[in-house]
Ligand binder design. Structure first.
Ligand code: FES
Length: 195
């Protein structure tokens, strides 16, 4: 039996590299793209009943400042002594972790993105929002300008598009004489706490 010609094998191997290397790069790229697409759409943590931690009582908004669904107000809460950017909305329907007062539904959320801690903004134009954030809806939502993560208030602050996996932490609301107060916050308070 003839011995394999090592010279030929080496030449074939070198020739094969011309297609093996680009094929491997393409496979890697499309694998990464598939994983990224999957994680952007399908790896979001569901929003459950919140586990509250007591916090300071801070005025969020007067009820008459939120006179109709999708009115909102930014305010500052205090997380362990540090100022924390937050938002309170009036919503068109009740959501888990929110508060209903006289048939009106409210939700307060931290504005610190659970991805890498940028401050999220209220996106009040869903048309423009769908272009910037690639999230299609017919109502306002919260968007992060850093990597275009989107959060859905009607799902209790759930991350719905982009890199964030976890929802925005909710703040506990209480009403007293026509004023909404934030009196505590959800744990774990991502991204400042893990759990
Ligand atoms: S920090 Fe918000 S999406 Fe990355």
């Amino acid at each position: 039996m003839d011995e394999p010609n090592l010279q030929n094998l080496r030449r074939i191997s070198r020739r094969d590299l011309i297609w093996i290397i680009p094929s491997a790069i393409s496979a890697g790229f499309f694998g990464w793209l598939a994983w990224r697409t999957y994680s952007i759409h399908f790896t979001k943590t569901a929003v459950a009943e919140p586990l509250w931690r007591e916090g300071p009582r801070v005025r969020a908004a007067a009820l008459n400042e939120l006179g109709a669904p999708w009115r909102f107000k930014y305010f500052e809460y205090a997380y362990q002594g540090s100022p924390l950017k937050a938002v309170v909305f009036r919503l068109s329907e009740p959501v888990v972790g929110g508060l209903t007062v006289g048939g009106a539904h409210f939700l307060a959320l931290s504005r610190i993105c659970t991805h890498q801690g940028c401050v999220v903004n209220y996106v009040d134009n869903p048309e423009l929002g769908s272009i910037a954030y690639n999230y299609r809806t017919d109502h306002p939502f919260l968007g992060c300008p850093c990597h275009f993560g989107a959060y859905e208030p009607l799902k209790g602050g759930k991350a719905v598009y982009g890199p964030p996996r976890f929802p925005l932490p909710r703040l506990r609301l209480e009403e007293d004489e026509g004023v909404l107060y934030a009196t505590g916050y959800e744990t774990p308070f991502r991204p400042l706490e893990q759990g």
